[in-house]
Design a protein around this ligand. Structure first.
Ligand code: FES
Length: 147
């Protein structure tokens, strides 16, 4: 049996004060969640904008690349591109920045496509378009300067 006097002293907060406290916590958590969502959206847009400017690559000799091989090449303005020889007469180059959040994409020779390890995305080898994953647009082609 519970004594009313003891239970009242064991829980000194009144119910109406506890509800006000819960509302504050809820508003604090909701405000933090809204800030996190807005910050994430801002980062995603920033990454998309940064990856949409084509890189210009210094002249490179692609003759040394075998079919299916890739080479990372530094761009003049900073950043890096992946140059891949797809066949004897076809070479492609794409900015390594993933259009989702900017992680560096890698060439998967086994799968014949570009892949982003950060959020499991893949891009077509010839066009750079998204095959699957969270990015909403494909890789940005890099400009290969003539040798
Ligand atoms: Fe590439 Fe998210 S950063 S899929």
């Amino acid at each position: 049996m519970v004594n009313r006097d003891q239970s009242a002293s064991a829980f000194p907060l009144r119910v109406d004060a506890e509800r006000r406290l819960d509302r504050r916590r809820f508003l604090g958590v909701a405000g933090c969640a809204a800030l996190l969502v807005a910050g994430g959206e801002w980062l995603a847009r920033r990454g998309e904008q940064a990856a949409s400017t084509p890189l210009t690559l210094a002249p490179i000799d692609t003759a040394g690349l075998a079919a299916g091989e890739a080479r990372a090449v530094d761009a003049r303005e900073g950043g890096q591109a992946l140059v891949v020889r797809l066949s004897a007469d076809e070479v492609v180059a794409f900015d390594r920045r993933c259009p989702h959040l900017g992680c560096p994409v890698v060439w998967s020779a086994a799968n014949g496509r570009f892949e982003c390890p950060c959020h499991h995305a893949a891009f077509d080898a010839r066009s750079g378009r998204v095959l699957f994953g969270p990015p909403r647009r494909g890789l940005t082609a890099a400009v290969l300067a003539p040798v």
